[in-house]
Ligand binder design. Structure first.
Ligand code: FAD
Ligand code: DLZ
Ligand code: SF4
Length: 511
């Protein structure tokens, strides 16, 4: 019985469920299609990463004896959609069955649901067991709980997978060392250089193609140096374990204008296309701790991101889609200001994060959450526009992970499913955790004057706009009290400044 085995661009794992049990006569299909490159205007480096990794993966499969059907983006016969390419392959090969691993995104799962009718061939969708929490596991975890909290899910995951456990108890006697992960960066501390990967001939060809086809997208393919094979991705991770992991915990939340990567692992992009395995990453980090080469606060912090947050947000996404995509609990309705796409703003923190995002298709978590995300939250930008931006600009962005982080964690638009309180912060937080403010046009200590930091005015305006809602949330008691204690004259001046800033943005003027 011949089977057509479809592998999507973020399913480039040799152990992929749809490849298991492949037999002589089967064909593996990979297709580069314009539809997947443009459903949002992806950063060219993200497209290069996916297409180059697909080409390398297909070549490795073919070398191992698989029959591979590969559609290039510039093939004149290309139908330019996943459904179109599966239909074309089914018509040419006449398989008795199509097998595909469950897609990561709701949008693509809807497409796959139409393949049987489109191709006239039975379609088997097999579970994506590269994730460590199955959808069933998450449903059982969520059942009967009024609130889903990552921390409780994470503990279940640690126990279920035996990660950082000493018998029945967590290593070091504590589940979570988050409170030891919030240090500001001391002056003069320079993170080590990152291992990057010079494009080979395959990648260079893809870069030329992408530059030609997607010239209008934000950012450039130039400077692309992501890993595009599993071997490269493992080498990049090995370097993180050896050089940066020991400091990851201490400076996880720190930001610096000239240091886009700090002590982060840079594994999300290769991990999300399937070049790395999440459990292997956690086990390797744990071994580093057990060997005494990295402290527990760093290792636990790293494992929590992968075994905890990454699996948790995926669980939330599939539990609540498709209605999650329409949530807008705070009624945010403003347009995305142009500086998200250009970086042309006098706010040094925002300009730095947008600038490095443009150059590298990367920003680390606190930059995404507390600079661009925080700004979008405070200014009341519409979640659809913010989601589109995050999905387009980061090399690691797929809706299953992007949306709960953006709409949920950053914008609180999901009403508290992902986080129990909004991550709203004024300039004081940014000043404490970064070196952005010292050389900024704005004054981080001021909230109402002409040069007052926009984060300050927008912060208090945000708390004031939603004071009724937040007064019922004990975790928001402090800012609500702060608002009540503010002299009425001062509050009026601050809110006037916020109104002016919002108006400037609405008219497209620079702030
Ligand atoms: P490190 O800081 O070294 O962390 C290690 C790994 O942990 C990451 O590679 C990632 O796989 C995982 N991880 C860490 N935090 C999270 C998280 N909150 N959710 C899921 N996984 C996490 N991550 C994506 O992979 N794709 C996205 O599209 C994405 N969008 C985001 C949008 C917003 C608004 C925010 C606040 C966060 C988003 N994140 C996203 C999470 C996080 O910012 C990135 O995973 C991280 O910055 C990737 O860099 P790194 O590999 O150096 O991570
Ligand atoms: C992100 C992406 C891009 C840019 N291009 C392709 C492609 O040409 N072919 C393909 O199979 N997949 C691509 N992808 C990844 C898909 O969009 C991905 O499978 C969905 O986002 C589901 O997670
Ligand atoms: Fe950002 Fe305000 Fe600091 Fe300027 S002063 S860098 S706008 S937080």
């Amino acid at each position: 019985m011949s089977t057509l085995r479809v592998v999507l661009g973020d399913q480039l794992s040799r152990g992929l469920a749809a490849l298991r049990g492949a037999a002589a006569g089967d064909t593996v299909l990979l297709a580069e299609v314009v539809g997947e490159c443009t459903y949002v205007p992806h950063h060219p480096q993200k497209i290069v990463l996916v297409l180059s990794a697909m080409r390398h993966f297909a070549a490795a499969l073919a070398a191992d004896g698989f029959a591979v059907r590969y559609t290039r983006l510039d093939d004149p016969a290309n139908a330019q959609s996943l459904t179109g390419e599966v239909r074309r392959a089914a018509a040419a090969l006449r398989p008795e069955k199509i097998v595909v691993t469950a897609p990561g995104e709701w949008r693509v799962a809807q497409d796959v649901a139409g393949w049987e009718a489109a191709c006239g061939v039975p379609v088997e969708v097999v579970e994506d067991d590269r994730f460590l929490a199955s959808r069933k596991f998450f449903e059982v975890f969520a059942r009967g709980r009024t609130q889903l909290r990552m921390e409780f899910f994470y503990r279940e995951m640690r126990k279920a997978h035996g990660v950082l456990m000493d018998g029945g108890v967590p290593a070091g006697g504590k589940w979570n060392f988050d409170s030891e992960n919030r240090k500001a960066l001391p002056k003069g501390l320079r993170p080590p250089a990152i291992k990057r990967f010079a494009p080979d001939a395959v990648t260079q060809e893809v870069m030329t193609l992408v530059k030609e086809k997607f010239a209008t997208h934000y950012g450039s393919a130039d400077g692309f140096d992501y890993p595009v094979t599993a071997a490269q991705a493992r080498a990049g991770f090995a370097e993180f374990l050896a050089v940066r992991l020991k400091d990851f915990g201490d400076w996880q939340d720190a930001m610096a204008a000239d240091e886009p990567f700090m002590f982060h692992a840079l594994v999300s992009a290769p991990l999300n296309v399937g070049l790395l395995d999440p459990l292997e990453l956690c086990r390797a980090a744990e071994e580093t701790y057990r060997a005494g080469a990295a402290p527990l606060n760093a290792v636990e912090g790293f494992i929590r991101q992968i075994l905890g947050w990454r699996e948790f947000v995926r669980g939330v996404y599939w539990l609540h889609m498709p209605e999650y995509a329409a949530r807008n609990a705070l009624g945010a309705d403003k347009r995305l200001p142009a500086f998200f796409w250009t970086g042309a703003t006098s706010m040094r923190c925002v300009a730095a994060v947008v600038g490095q995002t443009m150059r590298h298709a990367y920003a680390h978590h606190i930059q995404r959450l507390m600079i661009t995300g925080n700004f979008a939250l405070l200014a009341g930008l519409h979640p659809d526009a913010v989601d589109e931006w995050y999905l387009a600009v980061y090399a690691d962005a797929y809706e299953w992970v992007e949306m709960p982080n953006t709409r949920g964690m950053a914008l609180h638009a999901d009403g508290g499913t992902v986080g129990s309180k909004p991550y709203a912060a004024s300039g004081a937080y940014i000043n404490r955790m970064s070196d952005y403010c010292g050389k900024c046009f704005y004054d981080v200590k001021d909230a109402a004057g002409d040069r007052a930091c926009p984060f300050n005015a927008l912060y208090w305006d945000f708390i004031a706009r939603h004071a009724d809602r937040f007064s019922g949330n004990p975790r928001m008691a402090m800012p609500v009290r702060g608002l009540k204690n503010m002299a009425p004259g001062k509050l009026a001046a601050v809110r006037q400044r916020a109104a002016w800033l919002l108006e400037q943005m609405e008219t497209g003027a620079k702030i």
